[in-house]
Write a new protein. Structure first.
Length: 439
């Protein structure tokens, strides 16, 4: 019965993923042809020899850091359990007070403190690499301040979620995975909504894009009108990224009343208005094509089998190692570390599927962008290719990413493919119908 239920849950999740991938992977003949051309085009995105050498070295470092971080996350949780640190943290929390709220927040504080300290060496090295390659201009004081802010947020939100999950465990010891899934979904959706209002301003400064770039906003309004969606100038923002970074970026965030498009000031400083229009159209495409809603829905659905497997993983590990770890039951605070370990492993194993979905929707947003700016900018193919060229140059993107690394870690198609595709995709030249703006 347990095996059958496991297979049903996993099959449901796989079906949802397959349907989503099938929807976003549909190609028109022109798109498929441009894709084939792009796969064999190694000149659309290039770097000078010296910069190429630096990009390859940086790519190798990033690859090593990503792998190390992925392996270190579950390993540190396992070490905390095996070395008795979890039992010590639980003993400290319980000795402080008989009040469960104080115990819970104390335990979460200690857990976050230990894990942040264990993560610090990799974080310091990663920031030092970004500084040495000129990708970051953020000072160490500002960097540490961001870590402190993140710690405070994680403690507040993590403490509340910990109190909620232990209340649910005590109320329904065998079905908590389902009952906790319901508020977890509500928290996820609420988090997407409030992030632009509450979280993002803690780390960066924002201002209305029209305040400093009114002419650009007028051009972007033409792109919005072409897409037929509701992003008024009041929801177009400039982020002062130059205080911390030299790279280019733009992104979408929020939904409903909090929906907005954010353009980094570094992007505006380095790109032409037509190139910015292409970048903006890409971000707008995520809304127009339903990527934000679909991504949120899939994340919510994925939590259900994840929590179910987490429940059984916790029970298995408690039965096998609970005595040696000094965690007798799932109602002890220490069981939170076991749950995090199980969820961390499951999340890592699911990364290739999540990132494959991400690459599919990013490609579709590229197609949408090129079609959305057609007739608004002079040369969509050239502007798209040049936007990716600048993005790659300032990020020192390696034109030849290792295939296995790309499969597991990359959330976007390779920069060389994106530039070559933008250069080749032109359905109007051959009288073909565009994918998203067909008459």
């Amino acid at each position: 019965m347990r095996l059958r239920n496991t297979l049903i849950l996993l099959a449901t999740l796989a079906a949802v993923f397959a349907i989503a991938m099938g929807h976003f992977a549909r190609e028109t003949p022109t798109e498929a042809q441009a894709g084939r051309i792009a796969l064999h085009n190694s000149t659309a995105y290039t770097l000078p020899p010296a910069e190429l050498q630096r990009a390859v070295a940086l790519s190798r470092t990033h690859r090593n850091l990503a792998v190390a971080d992925t392996l270190w996350m579950p390993l540190q949780l396992l070490l905390i359990l095996v070395l008795g640190v979890t039992a010590w943290m639980q003993g400290v929390a319980v000795s402080l007070s008989r009040n469960r709220w104080l115990q819970g927040f104390s335990f979460v504080f200690l857990l976050l403190l230990v894990t942040h300290l264990l993560d610090l060496p990799l974080g310091i090295y990663g920031h030092r690499v970004a500084q040495s390659y000129g990708l970051s201009v953020q000072g160490w004081g500002s960097w540490l301040a961001d870590i402190a802010k993140m710690f405070a947020l994680e403690w507040l939100l993590g403490g509340l979620l910990a109190m909620l999950i232990f209340w649910v465990i005590r109320w329904s010891p065998t079905r908590w995975w389902f009952w906790f899934w319901i508020p977890a979904v509500l928290c996820l959706v609420a988090g997407v909504f409030v992030t632009p209002y509450v979280i993002d301003p803690l780390f960066n400064k924002f201002e209305p894009l029209a305040q400093s770039n009114p002419t650009l906003v007028q051009q972007l309004e033409q792109v919005v009108a072409r897409g037929g969606i509701n992003i008024p100038p009041q929801r177009m923002f400039l982020m002062k990224a130059s205080a911390k970074s030299t790279q280019l970026n733009a992104y979408v965030t929020g939904f409903g009343a909090s929906k907005r498009v954010v353009v980094w000031d570094t992007t505006i400083a380095r790109c032409t208005p037509d190139e910015i229009s292409f970048i903006f159209a890409h971000e707008m495409g995520h809304y127009a094509l339903g990527h934000v809603a679909m991504g949120t829905a899939i994340s919510c659905l994925a939590l259900l089998p994840l929590f179910w497997l987490g429940f059984h993983g916790v029970h298995f590990l408690l039965l096998r190692y609970g005595t040696s770890w000094r965690i007798p039951s799932q109602q002890d605070w220490g069981s939170l570390v076991i749950l995090l370990l199980v969820l961390c492993v499951l999340s890592t194993l699911s990364d290739p599927f999540a990132n494959a979905f991400s690459r599919a929707i990013e490609h579709n947003a590229d197609v949408y962008a090129q079609e959305a700016v057609h007739g608004i900018v002079a040369n969509p193919q050239q502007d798209g290719r040049q936007a990716f060229q600048l993005l790659g140059e300032l990020s020192l993107d390696d034109p030849t990413t290792h295939p296995l690394y790309a499969l597991w870690f990359n959330t976007h198609p390779p920069i060389g493919f994106r530039a070559a595709f933008a250069e080749a995709y032109d359905p109007w030249a051959t009288g073909q119908q565009p994918k998203y703006f067909a008459k």
